[in-house]
Design a binder for this molecule. Structure first.
Ligand code: HSE
Length: 307
């Protein structure tokens, strides 16, 4: 029997124009798992403190599903005993299911002697996402495993890459405490976009990546516009327009919806600006009498790790 503890970070997905393809990892917030490899040949998940509604059946819990996907690929049977410390609130838009799925695939891989590279673990963690939201999107699990700022260049075949990012890039997130299910906020999206809209959107995706790679903060800011998803989803988020205006007035490079919401993120140059915006977010949501949490974070370059 061998036991390890692992951490995988919360993430911001889509990052403006990059629906289902762009993501970044946050520092300091994420799920932790204590995983023991044993001889039972079964995956056992203990009840999750504070989240008693989450299933412990390994076929229904993202952690069990991600580990089973890895075992199936190896054509192997092993027993795992898993204790989950859930820190990323489900339905927050901060990659809650991805954090657990990524940590699970990472932990199993460590305990089995690293048969897979970190990049190869993404496809197993994606099965956790399929279980949670009905769609195996990879934009949260990729940064949760690899860390940094990531692109899902292709789903078929899966091709994920890290993008360089400037040192002073900070993220401020406000999470108004209402739950938005990814499956619901995916359902309301339109299935088609016009060529004109698509041209605007891929211009922004390309501009954002160029801005990150060349540390051009103004270009990052100009490119953080989403013409396709934000206009539809923002109506589900109380106070969205006001929060975005506040962030931009106080120096954000750009501001958009984190994942499928309701969290809202802004990118800034430097921690000070991020903290100032965080304070404005707190005042704003307090006035609206909506419970909220604010996070200020650098980009976590490490991703999933043993702790
Ligand atoms: N790309 C996904 C979505 C992320 O926006 O639906 C969910 O966190």
């Amino acid at each position: 029997m061998k036991t390890i503890k692992v951490f995988a970070p919360a993430t911001v997905a889509n990052v403006g124009p990059g629906f289902d393809v762009l993501g970044l990892a946050l520092d300091g917030i994420g799920d932790e798992l204590e995983v023991t490899l044993n001889d039972s040949k079964e995956i056992t998940i203990h009840p999750i403190a504070g989240f008693e509604d989450l299933p412990v059946d390994p076929k229904k819990n993202v952690v069990g599903v991600a580990i089973q996907a890895l075992l199936d690929d190896l054509d192997a049977t092993h027993g795992f005993d898993i204790k989950i410390s859930k820190r990323v609130m489900p339905g927050s838009g901060l990659g809650s299911s991805a954090s657990s799925s990524a940590a699970a695939a990472f932990a199993a891989n460590e305990l089995l002697g690293q048969p897979f590279s970190k990049k190869q673990l993404v496809k197993f963690a994606m099965e956790g996402e399929r279980c949670a939201s009905g769609k195996a999107h990879a934009d949260n699990v990729t940064p949760a495993i690899l860390g940094g700022f990531t692109i899902v260049r292709s789903y078929t075949p899966l091709d994920v890459v890290n993008v360089p990012f400037p040192d002073e890039l900070f993220v401020v997130v406000v999470h108004p405490q209402i739950e938005v299910k990814t499956s619901d906020s995916k359902r309301i999206l339109k299935k088609d976009v016009s060529l004109e809209t698509a041209i605007g959107q891929w211009g922004n995706v390309a501009g954002l990546i160029a801005g990150l790679a060349s540390s051009d903060y103004d270009l990052i800011g100009r490119s953080l516009e989403d013409y396709i998803v934000e206009p539809i989803r923002s109506v589900l988020i109380p106070g969205y327009d006001g929060a975005k205006s506040l962030a931009l007035e106080h120096g954000a490079l750009g501001c958009s919806i984190s994942g499928s919401g309701p969290s809202i993120f802004a990118l800034t140059k430097g921690k000070e600006v991020a903290e100032k915006i965080g304070e404005r977010f707190k005042e704003y949501y307090s006035k609206l009498e909506i419970d909220h949490k604010v996070y200020v974070s650098a980009i976590n370059a490490e991703g999933a790790k043993v702790i």
